[in-house]
Design a protein around this ligand. Sequence first.
Ligand code: SAM
Length: 202
Amino acid sequence: MKETSLLSQMEQYALQYRVPIISPAGASLLVETVRRRRPSSVLEIGTAIGYSTLLIAAQLPSQAKIVTIEQNPERARLARQYLRQAGKLDQVTILIDDAGEAIPRLDRTFDFVFIDAAKGQYLDYLQKVVDKLMARAVVIADNIFFRGLVEENMEPPRRYRTIVKRLRQYIDFVTMDQRFITDFYHVGDGIAVSNYQGERRQ
Ligand code: SAM
């Protein structure tokens, strides 16, 4: 099936069943960054139904590979189904697992990482993947400003306090750590694009 009609089917499914997927503006930035970087080995953390996976896969040459991690088996099953329909399943490995557990076990290196799973775990994911990054890898993190609460000076509502604190820690890390040069974009819920410079003395 054509990617565009499959993507709109997925959008409708996501809307109907309240599956969170990347915003249209975020999707444009993601696609544009993939186009520019032309990665050969992608790690996606948070597959959901495979919408962003398909956006990425559509930009890659057939020899490039994607590993994507999703802890919800039903969502992973749907992702597999959609990616098969798109003819992209050969390029994609879907791991049904907790990302924090799965990442340390990965025995590949990556030149593109898309972080879009548990908001409170972004820094943990990045710290676990950093020794698997190729020089000039790009790391994109979605929802980085989390409903505008991350940039506000006011105390966030109690139920979001941990997420907001941890997203701020992620932002501090990719801003201060000299291995990364990071740009922040106010698109969707906020996106950070970090360019990995390779190992450097801190
Ligand atoms: N990237 C997808 C897209 O734009 O189409 C959307 C991903 S959705 C925002 C986040 C997904 O991460 C959910 O499907 C959720 O089940 C999954 N998730 C949350 N915590 C996770 C974890 N610890 N390990 C793996 N997946 C997780």
